[in-house]
Write a protein that binds this ligand. Structure first.
Ligand code: NAD
Length: 304
């Protein structure tokens, strides 16, 4: 990449993209930003970006194009209809959205065929990490392109790991989130059983977090209030990682498993349980709030 300030086009300025684009600007890059939503464009302008009125205008002079869009269909159409026909062929294209592996590979193939370098680079960490520039990136790209991808996402990142070739970043993301969904349900079931058995939930936490049951869902993100000061359970499950988002990722994992012929019975169970919790009104709550459903006490903060 050249020594002059990098010109970044940022498409998709929502909960995640807004903070990510602002961190690109904060790093001294010239950021041309577009979103269909006018308030999102205004927020990007307040964060030091230059709002564009179309995708075509945003990408016209870009060294790097970064997209942070809701799902596969958005990514497929924005690349095919707006980015590939309008960006300079020298631009590095980086899609940070969480989408299905098949769409990621299809967009990569189209981009490569049109003469572009492309990476799928989904992220771990919610909007707080997006604002703070501390996201973890899981990258699927050709090996020789990785150094430039790493440099492109650096102002938004605390870790950047190449998972493999095109699609591997999305594969890593959905496998990780399937594991997270399953482990959270396991932790919630154990808390619910401990409570029924008359065990103090805090004692259960103290013991399990030092025993073979310990995992991230328990020791870093405990769904029982009080055990881990920073977990969303302490603020009525507000913020954090929404149940609706977890459900989206579990659906992607099940679609990928069906397409690849993998057996993921616990992933399927986790999808079903999160779908039920979503339908019971939990979609906007942090995904650890599924404890309320498993205790049979929807809407009640445990221990309150
Ligand atoms: P969001 O809905 O807040 O933002 C998406 C933005 O894309 C919106 O502002 C929307 O207006 C814009 N958009 C949609 N179609 C567009 C188009 N054709 N052209 C331009 N802009 C368009 O969603 P988000 O929470 O920012 O999530 C974005 C992606 O990041 C998703 O794929 C999500 O799964 C993933 N993700 C989210 C989180 C999280 O905690 N929110 C964490 C990790 C990954």
């Amino acid at each position: 990449m050249s020594g002059s300030p990098l010109r970044v086009a940022f498409i998709g300025l929502g909960n995640m993209g807004g903070g990510m684009a602002a961190n690109q600007a904060k790093a001294g890059r010239i950021v041309s930003a577009f979103d269909l939503s006018a308030p999102a464009r205004d927020r990007a302008a307040a964060g030091g970006c230059k709002p564009a009125s179309t995708v075509a205008e945003a990408v016209a002079e870009a060294d790097v194009v970064i997209t942070m869009l809701p799902a596969g269909p958005h990514v497929r159409s924005v690349y095919a209809e707006q980015i590939l026909p309008n960006a300079p062929k020298s631009a590095l294209l980086v899609d940070c959205s969480t989408i299905d592996v098949e769409s990621a590979r299809a967009v990569a193939a189209q981009a490569t065929q049109a003469g572009f370098r492309f990476a799928d680079a989904p992220v771990s960490g919610g909007s707080t990490a997006a604002d703070a520039g501390t996201l973890a990136f899981m990258v699927g790209c050709l090996e020789p392109d990785f150094a430039d991808v790493e440099a492109a996402v650096q102002p938004m990142a605390r870790a950047v790991i190449r998972a493999g070739d095109h699609g591997a970043g999305q594969a890593a993301k959905i496998c990780n989130n399937m594991l997270l969904g399953i482990s959270m349900i396991g932790v919630c079931e154990a808390y619910a059983l401990a409570e029924r058995l008359g065990l103090d939930p805090q004692k259960f936490f103290d013991i399990a977090s030092q025993s073979s049951g310990q995992c991230w869902s328990l020791t870093t993100y405990s769904p029982w209030p009080g055990a881990v000061a920073t977990s969303p359970a302490n603020r009525n499950y507000e913020g954090g990682f929404a149940t609706a988002m977890m459900l989206k990722d579990l659906k992607l994992a099940q679609e990928a498993a069906a397409a690849a012929g993998a057996a993921t019975p616990l992933g399927a169970q986790a999808e079903g349980l999160y779908a039920l919790f979503d339908r019971l009104g939990g979609g906007g709550k942090d995904f650890s709030a599924i404890l309320q459903m498993l205790r049979g006490r929807l809407g009640e903060v445990p221990g309150a």
